[in-house]
Design a protein around this ligand. Structure first.
Ligand code: ATP
Length: 595
C-alpha cells in the first residue's frame, strides 16, 4: 500500500465506507457537471453578447442565448454548491466511521499491540490524521471534479465553437506544463523536507516538555534545549530553502499560470483573425471567456496534489492500523474449569528474531500465589502478559482452568483475569466510575466495600473534594501514585475475577503508602490465583511458590524456605536483601528491589 499515491491511499480509505463513498462519488460527478454547466453558460453569454453587437440585433436569439446563459450559470452554481454540501456532510460522517473503525480495530487487536502502539500514536492517528483526511475529503475531492472537468469542458467547447482559437489557446499549454513540472519538482522535494523538519520540531518540543521534570533534576536543561533548538534551526533552514527554490518557479507560475497571458495571446491572435474574417465576434468572445480556464485550473490542482500528498503519511498510518491482524477468537468459547494457571513448554518472542521465553513450564494451582522474581529484562512481565493474551505464544500453551487461553475468548478471559499494573490506568470520570469499570452494574455499597478493602475508602472520603464523585483526569493526575494504585486494586477486587495478575509497584515507596498497598494486595489476593511480579522480597516470603526467571526460562522454583536452603540464586538475592535491610535499619530505609 505504501507505494500508492496519496490520492490512491485516500481513495482506498474512502472505499472502506461504501455508503459514504457513493455519496462522495455523486459529489464528484455533481461538481464536474456544475463546471460543464458553467462553461456552457459562459458560451451562451458570449453568443448573447455577440448577437447584440453584431449586425441588426434580433430579440429572439438574444433572449435564447441569455436564457441559456442564465440556466447554465445558475445551474452550475447550484450543482457545485450541492456537491460541496454533500462532500462536507460526507466528510463529517466518514470521520466518525474511521474513528469507529479504529476503535474496533483496537478492540480486536492483541492488547500487547495496542500497548506497543502507545496512546500518543493512537491519539495522533485518531485525531490529527483523521482530521487531516477529513479536510481532504471535504475540500479537495469536490474540487477534483471541477478542477478536471472544467478545463476539459472548456477545451471541448472551444474546439466545437472555433478550432482555430482552440489551437491558439493550446499554444500556452507546453509553457504551462514546463512551469508545472518545475514547480512540482521543487515543491514536493522542499515540501517533504519542510514536513519532516516540522515533525522533528514537534517531536523535540514534546520531548522537551515531557522530559522537563527529569531534565530539571539532572541537568540545567541545556542538552535537551539544544536538541530542541537544533531542530528549530533545521526547520528554519528548510523553510528558507523552500522559499528560495520556490522563488523562480513562483515567478514563472505568476507569469504563466494566470489568465492574463492566455487572454493576451487570444486577443493578439484573435483580432487579426477576426479582421481577416476567419472567426466571428461571438467565437472570439467565447475564447476570451473560457480560453483561460485550463490554465486557471493548474495552480489549484497543484495545491490539491500537495494537499493530498501531505495527508499521505497520515493515510498510511491509518491504513496500517486498520490492517493490523486481529486477535484470533475461538469459534466456540470454552469455559475454564477452575482458576488454575499452567504454562506448558511455552516459547514466545515479540518478533521472529529472538525468543524472549523458551520452553517455559509453570504450574499455579487454583487459589495459590506465585511470585516471579529475576533480573530486569528476564521476561517476568512477558510471562504475565501471556495470561490475559496480550500476545499469543509462539509455541506451547498457556492454560487457565485447563483450557488454552486462546479457546476461552478474549471477553470471557478478561472477566476471569484482573490486571493490576505498575502504571495504574484511570479513565476520565469520577472515582466511582473508575472503580465501577470492572462491574458496571455494581451498587454503591459494592463500590464502597471494594474501596474499603483496597484501603482507598478513607482517603476518598477524607481528602477528595467530592468524595466518590470527584473527577479524575485521564491519567489520574490529581491523585498520588499510591492512591491511583489503590483505586485500580479496588477495581480488581470489585471485578471478582478469580485470577489476579499483579505487577508490584516499585515507585510509590513511602512507608505509609506501601503498607496500605500491601494490605490492599493481601485482601485482593485472598482466595484467588495470583501471579505477582515481585520487586521486594519481603512481600513474598509467605507465598506458595517463588519462581526465579532468568533469560526467558525458569532458573529456580520453590517456597522461600526451600530456595534459601538450596543456596542458589534466590538465596543470594535474599542474602543481599537481608544485608540491605540491616543497612536500612541502621540508616536510611531500604529501597532495594530484586532486579
Ligand atoms: P523488568 O523487571 O525490567 O520489568 P522483565 O523481567 O519484566 O523486566 P520483560 O519486560 O518481560 O522483562 O522483557 C523481556 C525481554 O523482552 C526484554 O529483553 C525486553 O527488551 C523484551 N521486550 C519486552 N517488551 C517488549 C515489546 N513490547 N516488544 C519487543 N520486545 C520487548
Amino acid at each position: 500500500m505504501s507505494g500508492k499515491s496519496g490520492l490512491g491511499q485516500v481513495a482506498d480509505l474512502v472505499r472502506l465506507a461504501p455508503a459514504i463513498r457513493r455519496r462522495l462519488g455523486l459529489a464528484l460527478w455533481l461538481a464536474g457537471l456544475g463546471s460543464v454547466s458553467s462553461v456552457v453558460g459562459l458560451v451562451c453569454v458570449a453568443f448573447a453578447v455577440g448577437s447584440l453587437v453584431t449586425g441588426t440585433p434580433e430579440l429572439s436569439p438574444v433572449l435564447w442565448w441569455s436564457g441559456g446563459a442564465l440556466l447554465g450559470l445558475a445551474g452550475g452554481f447550484a450543482l457545485r454548491l450541492t456537491a460541496e454540501h454533500l462532500a462536507h456532510e460526507a466528510s463529517f460522517e466518514i470521520e466518525v466511521v474511521w474513528r469507529r473503525m479504529i476503535a474496533e480495530a483496537l478492540a480486536r487487536m492483541p492488547l500487547g499491540e495496542v500497548q506497543r502502539l502507545g496512546s500518543g500514536r493512537i491519539k495522533k492517528i485518531m485525531q490529527d490524521d483523521v482530521r487531516a483526511l477529513h479536510n481532504v475529503v471535504a475540500d479537495a475531492l469536490p474540487f477534483l471534479g471541477s478542477g478536471v472537468a472544467q478545463p476539459i469542458a472548456a477545451l471541448i467547447a472551444l474546439g466545437v465553437v472555433q478550432w482555430k482559437l482552440l489551437l491558439v489557446v493550446l499554444l500556452i499549454v507546453p509553457i504551462a506544463m514546463l512551469c508545472m513540472s518545475l514547480m512540482t519538482k521543487d515543491y514536493s522535494e522542499q515540501r517533504n523536507r519542510y514536513n519532516q523538519a516540522n515533525e522533528d520540531v514537534n517531536a523535540a518540543l514534546v520531548e522537551f516538555v515531557q522530559g522537563m521534570p527529569v531534565v530539571r533534576t539532572f541537568d540545567d536543561g541545556g542538552v535537551s534545549f539544544r536538541r530542541f533548538s537544533d531542530r528549530v534551526n533545521a526547520f528554519t533552514e528548510a523553510v528558507a530553502a523552500w522559499s528560495a527554490t520556490s522563488r523562480p518557479s513562483g515567478v514563472l507560475t505568476k507569469l504563466f499560470i494566470v489568465p492574463l497571458p492566455t487572454l493576451l495571446l487570444v486577443a493578439a491572435a484573435g483580432v487579426p483573425m477576426l479582421t481577416a474574417g476567419w472567426i466571428t465576434v461571438p467565437e472570439l468572445l467565447v475564447a476570451l471567456l473560457i480560453g483561460a480556464m485550463p490554465i486557471e485550473a493548474v495552480s489549484p490542482l497543484m495545491h490539491l496534489t500537495n494537499y493530498i500528498n501531505d495527508s499521505k503519511a497520515g493515510a498510511a498510518r491509518l491504513t496500517e492500523l486498520l490492517e493490523m491482524p486481529a486477535m484470533p477468537e475461538p469459534a466456540e468459547p470454552v469455559e475454564p474449569k477452575d482458576a488454575s494457571i499452567v504454562f506448558e513448554n511455552v516459547t514466545f518472542g515479540y518478533n521472529d528474531d529472538r525468543a524472549v521465553l523458551s520452553n517455559l513450564d509453570l504450574d499455579i494451582p487454583a487459589g495459590t500465589v506465585c511470585a516471579l522474581v529475576g533480573p530486569s529484562g528476564a521476561g517476568k512481565s512477558t510471562v504475565a502478559r501471556l495470561i490475559p493474551r496480550f500476545y499469543d505464544v509462539t509455541s506451547g500453551s498457556v492454560k487457565l482452568g485447563g483450557v488454552d487461553v486462546r479457546d476461552i475468548g478474549s471477553e470471557k478471559l478478561l472477566q476471569h483475569v484482573a490486571l493490576v499494573f505498575q502504571d495504574p490506568f484511570l479513565v476520565q470520570g469520577t472515582i466511582a466510575e473508575n472503580i465501577r469499570l470492572a462491574k458496571p452494574d455494581a451498587t454503591d455499597e459494592e463500590v464502597y466495600a471494594a474501596a474499603e478493602a483496597a484501603a482507598a475508602h478513607e482517603f476518598i472520603k477524607a481528602e477528595l473534594p467530592d468524595g466518590y464523585d470527584t473527577q479524575v483526569g485521564e491519567r489520574g493526575g490529581r491523585l498520588s501514585g499510591g492512591q491511583r494504585q489503590r483505586i485500580t486494586i479496588a477495581r480488581a477486587i470489585l471485578s471478582g475475577a478469580p485470577v489476579v495478575v499483579l505487577d508490584e509497584a516499585t515507585a510509590f515507596a513511602d512507608p505509609e503508602n506501601e503498607a496500605l498497598i500491601q494490605n490492599a494486595i493481601a485482601r485482593l489476593t485472598q482466595g484467588r490465583t495470583v501471579l505477582i511480579i515481585a520487586h521486594r522480597l519481603a512481600t513474598i516470603v509467605d507465598v506458595d511458590q517463588i519462581v526465579v526467571i532468568d533469560d526467558g526460562g525458569v532458573a529456580e522454583r520453590g517456597t522461600h524456605a526451600d530456595l534459601v536452603a538450596a543456596g542458589g540464586r534466590y538465596a543470594a538475592l535474599w542474602a543481599r536483601h537481608e544485608q540491605a535491610s540491616r543497612w536500612g535499619l541502621s540508616g536510611t530505609r531500604s529501597k532495594e528491589t530484586v532486579r
